[in-house]
Design a protein around this ligand. Structure first.
Ligand code: CP3
Length: 340
């Protein structure tokens, strides 16, 4: 049986696009909130296969999405590099900041894949129980985005600590990027070896970089990851998501050998059809808040996307993660509109 989403990644068009949603396993689902109470802390949730398998499958059962995304987090990579990582309830991630070469020397030289074995166990179990037409996606964070958290120790406005480090201490900053590039190649390769069909590289903070820095920190390291993964898995399918890349989306699509490019919600789908989709398949890009609002706002946004991008190589998604206050009825209405 063929997998519609993998067909798109191979460059094929279909009249009805395959659909999945970033953060589709999450707090907008009552069954997720229920499952979440069974783990002590978010990282433990990610490292408990029984729970992570269930979280991965919940949105597939409820909505019949065309892809399941591994339930985990981009910050398991710094965790497996030996950095202290935890999640504050109701707030978000916290890390013991690494801000100089001495701090970097305190981390492992490469990612500890044994530490991530529960993630690989989750992958093997999900693979065994997924419907055959559903594509199974693994992921990692892009080096720039992971570095912003490793340096600041949390999500901060405008990523000031990481941007300053890149300018002021380039030796430290590029060493950190190199470490994450190597870790990501090992981690994505292991995900593919354990059974994911394709992987997505999330660069959630790419859009904050000025032009020279975008090329250096958002394009070049991701290109090295793509090459490194393909050296081990020549047919690996890879989606790149440089959130907020704006006019650089075209350069990103041309410059990096990813199979598809994820668009954030600020990109005009008609522009993306002309400038990006002619280069490679695109994924996106409904505003998650249009999905919260529902009604006319939702249908207008949906139709603009579908009119511009459907019938060509296209994967429907949001422009960033689904938010906790999203009504489930709106997700159902959205799917009806897309699938007709
Ligand atoms: O459903 C899926 O998409 C799969 C799982 C997934 C999670 N995080 C689970 C999660 C994926 C792919 C991610 C990626 C991720 N994690 C990114 C890149 C994509 C993006 O959203 O920008 C980033 C930057 C992170 C780091 C992270 N993890 C933050 C900043 C937060 C706190 C914000 C929040 O939404 O709470 C998390 C926590 C997190 N990761 C949750 C989930 C379901 C919520 C935690 C909870 O349930 O308590």
């Amino acid at each position: 049986m063929t997998k519609p989403l993998l067909d798109v990644l191979a460059g094929k068009a279909s009249s009805v696009p395959p659909v999945w949603l970033m953060r589709q396993a999450g707090r907008y689902l009552p069954e997720y909130r229920d499952l979440r109470t069974r783990a002590s802390g978010f990282l433990n949730f990610c490292y408990t296969p029984e729970l992570a398998v269930e979280a991965t499958l919940q949105p597939i059962r409820r909505f019949g999405f065309d892809a399941a995304i591994l339930f985990s987090d981009i910050l398991v990579v710094p965790d497996a590099l030996g950095q202290k990582v935890w999640f504050e309830e109701g707030e978000g991630p916290r890390l013991q900041p690494v801000t100089d070469l001495a701090g970097l020397a305190g981390l492992k030289a490469s990612v500890d894949l044994d530490h991530l074995e529960p993630v690989f166990e989750t992958i093997r179990r999900v693979k065994a129980s997924l419907p055959p037409h559903v594509t199974f996606l693994g992921f990692c964070g892009a080096p720039w985005t992971v570095a912003t958290y490793m340096i600041a120790g949390r999500g901060v406005k405008d990523q000031v600590p990481a941007r300053l480090a890149a300018y002021q201490d380039p030796r430290f900053f590029s060493a950190m990027i190199d470490l994450i590039v190597g870790a990501s190649i090992d981690y994505l390769s292991a995900q593919l070896e354990n059974g994911v069909d394709a992987v997505q590289i999330f660069d959630s903070w790419a859009g904050i970089l000025p032009p020279n820095e975008f090329e250096r920190w958002a394009v070049e390291p991701v290109e090295r990851i793509v090459k490194g993964v393909r050296a081990r898995h020549p047919h690996a399918r890879i989606i790149g998501f440089p959130r907020g890349a704006g006019s650089f989306y075209r350069d990103y699509a041309q410059g990096i050998a990813v199979d598809a490019v994820g668009l954030d919600w600020a990109v005009d789908p008609a522009w993306a059809a002309r400038e990006v989709q002619v280069v490679k398949p695109v994924q996106g890009n409904l505003d998650p808040l249009a999905l919260v609002a529902g009604g006319d706002a939702l249908y207008r946004a949906l139709d603009r996307i579908l009119d511009a991008l459907s019938g060509k190589p296209f994967i429907f998604n949001l422009g960033h993660g689904i938010v906790p206050q999203t009504p489930i009825a709106h997700v159902e209405q959205m799917l009806k509109r897309i699938r007709g």
